[in-house]
Design a protein around this ligand. Structure first.
Ligand code: UTP
Length: 293
C-alpha cells in the first residue's frame, strides 16, 4: 500500500467565525504571515504526498489564487530587487501538484470526502482538515501513513482529550494491538456523544488515511449529528467492515476554526517566529504587569 494522494476539505461555511468568514475563508486567515491552509499543504508535502485535492465552494475562490502564480506582483518585486520575496511567492505556487474542486452543497464532512471518489480512484488517500494545524513532532500525516502501510488498512489520528469536552469531538471504542503502544484497533466511533454515549476519552482529531472502502460506506451514509453526513459515522461503519487503526499521534493540534483556537494558534506561532517572537513576548509581559496592578 502506498499513499500518494491527499484531500483537504476546505468547503465548510465557518459559521463559528462569522461575520469574518462571510467572504474570507477561515483557511485563509493568517497564522503570522502564512494562511492556515499553507501549513496543511506543507504537512502533506512533508509526508510524501504527491497530489492534493482542495475542496472549496463558491465563496472560496481566493484559495485557488493563493496557490497560483502572480506574474505582475512577482515582476514588480524582481524589478525592485526584492528577489527573495519573489522567489518565495513562486515557491508557494510550485509547492505541490494541487487541483481544486467545489462541493456544490455543504452537506457535511462525510459528503466532502465522498466528493474525492474520482480523485482517489482505487488508491488509499489521506485527508487533512483545512482548518486544523499540527505542530511539533514528525508530520502527523506521515505518522498515519506509516501505520496504514504497516497494517494495510485505514488509520485515523487520535488523541486522549479531557472527558468534560469529549462532547465537542467524537469518542472511540478500541482494543490494543499486540506490540503497539500508540496504535489501537478502532472498533466503533460516535460523533459528538451525549454523556451516556461516550465510549472513551480517545477522539479523532483532523487527520485520516482511508482505503477506498470508505466510499462504499459514505455512499449509503444517512445524515447524522446536526443533519450533516458525518465522516465519523462512516468511520464507524468502515470499522465494522474492515480493519481501521487509531494512531495516538505525536504533536499538538490547533483548531483554527474557532475564535479562541485561532487566537491560540496565532500566539503560539507568533511567539516562535523570528519576525515577531521577541516583540510579542515583551508585549505580553508588559500586559501581564498591567493586569497585576
Ligand atoms: P468544521 O465543522 O470544522 O467546519 O469542518 P465548518 O462546518 O466550516 O465550521 P463551523 O462549525 O460552521 O464553524 C471540518 C472541516 O471540514 C470542512 C471544513 O471546511 C473544515 O475544514 N467541511 C465541512 C467541508 O469541506 N464540507 C462540509 O460540508 C463540511
Amino acid at each position: 500500500m502506498k499513499v500518494r494522494k491527499a484531500l483537504i476539505p476546505a468547503a465548510g461555511l465557518g459559521t463559528r467565525m462569522l461575520p469574518e468568514t462571510k467572504t474570507v475563508p477561515k483557511e485563509m486567515l493568517p497564522i503570522v504571515d502564512k494562511p492556515a491552509i499553507q501549513y496543511v499543504v506543507e504537512e502533506a508535502v512533508e509526508s510524501g504526498i504527491e497530489e492534493i485535492l482542495i475542496l472549496t465552494n463558491r465563496s472560496k475562490a481566493v484559495m485557488e489564487d493563493y496557490f497560483d502564480y502572480h506574474p505582475e506582483l512577482e515582476s514588480k518585486l524582481r524589478n525592485a530587487g526584492r528577489i527573495a520575496e519573489a522567489d518565495m511567492l513562486r515557491k508557494v505556487a510550485d509547492m505541490a501538484h494541487i487541483t481544486f474542486m467545489r462541493q456544490k452543497q455543504t452537506l457535511g464532512l462525510g459528503h466532502a470526502v465522498l466528493c474525492a471518489r474520482r480523485f482517489a480512484g482505487d488508491e488509499p488517500f489521506a485527508v487533512l482538515l483545512g482548518d486544523d494545524i499540527m505542530k511539533n513532532g514528525p508530520p502527523v500525516t506521515a505518522q498515519l501513513i506509516r501505520a496504514a502501510e504497516k497494517y494495510n488498512c485505514s488509520a485515523v489520528g487520535a488523541r486522549h482529550v479531557p472527558l468534560d469536552v469529549i462532547h465537542k469531538y467524537c469518542s472511540l471504542r478500541y482494543e490494543d494491538v499486540p506490540g503497539e503502544e500508540k496504535i489501537k484497533r478502532l472498533l466503533a466511533a460516535i460523533e459528538k456523544p451525549r454523556p451516556e454515549q461516550v465510549y472513551t476519552d480517545f477522539a479523532i482529531l483532523g487527520r485520516y488515511v482511508f482505503t477506498p472502502g470508505i466510499f462504499d460506506v459514505l455512499e449509503n451514509q444517512m445524515p447524522g449529528y446536526g443533519g450533516e453526513i458525518q465522516l465519523t459515522d462512516a468511520i464507524d461503519g468502515l470499522a465494522r467492515r474492515e480493519k481501521v487503526m487509531a494512531v495516538d499521534f505525536d504533536g499538538r493540534r490547533f483548531d483554527t476554526g474557532s475564535m479562541t483556537g485561532y487566537l491560540e494558534t496565532v500566539l503560539e506561532y507568533a511567539l516562535e517566529s523570528p519576525k515577531t517572537g521577541k516583540w510579542l513576548r515583551d508585549y505580553i509581559l508588559k500586559k501581564a504587569e498591567e493586569f497585576e496592578k
